[in-house]
Design a protein around this ligand. Structure first.
Ligand code: SF4
Length: 349
């Protein structure tokens, strides 16, 4: 691995990337129109682990409902989680809400322009902070999202998996080398677009790549070896029984998850361990379905028991409902609350 970059070469490469962007880059994304720090931040948080095409409708719904950071800060967390339903990694939505409140309270609704101050805010890491600085204020700041990691790892044949600290350190060093002192807003978008559109994960389009003549992986035909994949481990399986407790008029009982952890703060189905007192009221007959959902560190295999309650069972059940943790939800007339994606799909089927 050769991490040395002559300043002249760095300039040639960043200029080639910018020239490519001027002709081919994305300039009509919704967060690029009437650009503000709020829009850039929102899009950056949504784009973590998520593709642009998936993010666009979520971004538009958020901006429609919360046109300003103050509107987001004032919203109830349930409504924020509701608009996030299906986007996954719900800690992002909780941090988004906390961050909006912090900026409104401590910064009069204006994003700080300083990297350290941005990184101190909930849910904002080094790359997101840099993206806000470069994309909003057009100041030099190096970003390193998944697309940029791949491109730089190939450009210099950086060994290792980007989750390892040594590899990550090398990639940050390269990201800083190549970030130009001017046109930072365009360069940041350009380098992300290059990773997403040219130096793609499976079939990099090296023939169309403007930096192909400098690329170490291209010259050794080893594009597919970089970056190294995350070491494989078999995730454990957790088994669970979830209950759809349905009233004659189509309401289903939901239970709010604890504020942190899996599906934190979202409204989910009661499970066998959380239904103390409720289970006595359940009918012995039920319809069963299977649900499987992969989390980053385990797989959930759940048996779904669909219980149609009669009036007597409903009356018994209601005696054990705690208002602060339970609520009735009618998929035909859904409330604006956050449901985990798989539970939303199941109830709305
Ligand atoms: S030449 Fe190929 S592998 Fe190298 S940066 Fe360009 S697209 Fe990626």
């Amino acid at each position: 691995m050769d991490l040395s970059v002559k300043p002249h070469t760095a300039e040639l490469i960043s200029t080639a990337i910018l020239d490519w962007y001027d002709e081919n880059g994305r300039k009509s994304l919704p967060w690029q129109q009437e650009r503000t720090a709020y829009k850039v931040w929102l899009s950056e948080v949504m784009l973590q682990q998520t593709q642009v095409a998936t993010v666009i409708p979520y971004f538009e719904a958020f901006i429609d409902r919360f046109p300003t950071i103050e509107a987001l800060a004032k919203a109830h967390i349930d409504e924020v989680l509701h608009l996030w339903t299906g986007l996954g990694y719900y800690a992002r939505a909780r941090n988004l809400h906390k961050c909006a409140q912090t900026i409104t309270e401590n910064y009069q609704g204006k994003f700080p322009e300083d990297q350290a101050a941005l990184e101190a805010l909930p849910g904002i890491g080094r790359s997101t902070a840099a993206a806000i600085i470069a994309q909003t204020f057009d100041k030099p700041a190096a970003i390193l999202d998944g697309n940029v990691k791949r491109l730089l790892a190939r450009l210099h044949c950086v060994p290792g998996w980007p989750g390892q600290s040594q590899t990550l350190k090398a990639l940050w060093q390269l990201a800083e080398h190549y970030t130009p002192p001017t046109r930072c807003q365009a360069y940041t978008q350009a380098v992300m677009d290059m990773g997403a559109m040219v130096c793609t994960r499976r079939n990099p389009k090296c023939d169309l790549c403007p930096i192909e003549k400098w690329c170490a992986a291209r010259s050794t035909a080893s594009q597919h070896d970089f970056p190294n994949s995350k070491p494989k481990k078999t995730n454990p399986v957790r088994q669970s029984i979830l209950f759809v407790l349905q009233t004659p008029d189509g309401n289903c009982l939901l239970l709010q998850r604890p504020p942190t952890g899996i599906w934190g703060g979202l409204w989910s189905l009661p499970d066998a361990s959380e239904t103390e007192g409720l289970l006595d009221a359940l009918p012995h007959k039920y319809d069963a379905e299977k649900l499987e959902h992969k989390f980053s560190h385990f797989t959930l295999e759940a048996e779904i028991r669909i219980c149609h309650l009669n009036k007597d069972q409903l009356r018994k059940l209601e005696q054990n409902i705690r208002e602060e943790r339970h609520r009735w939800y009618n998929p035909q007339q859904p409330d604006s609350i956050g449901l985990p994606g798989p539970i939303h799909k199941l109830l709305h089927r």
